[in-house]
Design a binder for this molecule. Sequence first.
Ligand code: ATP
Ligand code: LTN
Length: 333
Amino acid sequence: MSKVVFSGIQPSGNLHIGNYIGAISQWVKLQDLTESIFCIVDLHAITVPQDPKVLRDKVLEVAALYLACGIDPKKSHIFIQSENPNHSYLAWVLNTIAPFGQLERMTQWKEKSVKHEENAGLFDYPVLMASDILLYQTDEVPVGEDQKQHIELTRDLAERFNKRFGETFKLPVPVIQKETARIMSLQNPAAKMSKSDNDPLGTINILDTEEQIREKVKKAVTDSDPSVLKMHEHMNFMMEEHQGIGNLLTIYAAFKGYNFHDAWKENSDKSYQDFKDGLANLLIFELAKIQKRYNEIRNGEKALRKILDEGRNYALEKSSVTLRKVKEKVGLI
Ligand code: ATP
Ligand code: LTN
């Protein structure tokens, strides 16, 4: 039996190259080898304020981007979280065994609760995420580094439940790529590239125009020392001491399909300006391919809706098997 892979992205803003490199590009590789389920997690997105009209459109945008980036509906199942009520049902049950103190220690909660108005949904976010994963008896969860803590919590909740009520859930493991787990902001290389960054120059979105990409790469922070690119070839050192330039090399490597060292070798003789010109051209070329496919998919939304309907039916059927077990164990029938 093949492994089950589950992952998701919130439709809470514009998808950026960090989401693509850290998450989606891994999914594309995994879908050939596993039973893959990819979700658009709209219930998570509403834990911070969203404009309802924009949210509705963003859900379709993210779905179309999954496909445009290479998720193949013949190999993977794609669905919208809120169309499968089993997720919120299991979240409620898991809430009753989730330790308050552990939820308080979640980094994402600490960061988001100061940025936004606190609400119980934001606090409970990781329990809903655990439900997403556990409902499908998931083996592997391909994500960026920032989600590792949430998957540890998911495992803890599964173990607690299994111990208290008997074997019910499989324990999932995170799959995190070493070199590309954390793409940093182009303006503040100490912070991760993020949909919710207030500085638009820090983030390159998958649907950015050629002009936007050129401007953002041109203005990206590099280093006050002009010889860094020539002198330092080791990724760990670069990411610790010269994060700006190390991050740009990581992005270059990801879009070329190289490792960090090969990207360094190809660019080490260049000035920052020439390297940036090459990086901008590469991003424009690669993102244009995704954008072309994206526009075709958005122009044929009936086909997209059909893929999402099939995904929802599959998700409902598969998750209902686990939820039935949970209800029986807890005494809810
Ligand atoms: P937000 O700012 O709204 O929290 P985000 O940009 O951090 O959003 P998410 O929707 O939280 O993006 O993440 C979707 C997936 O992309 C997750 O697997 C996450 O780990 C990964 N990811 C997000 N940002 C990066 C990044 N900068 N580098 C690598 N992976 C990332
Ligand atoms: N919390 C994740 C999004 C997310 C997710 C999931 C990822 C929700 N449910 C299940 C993997 C598996 C985030 O903020 N990136």
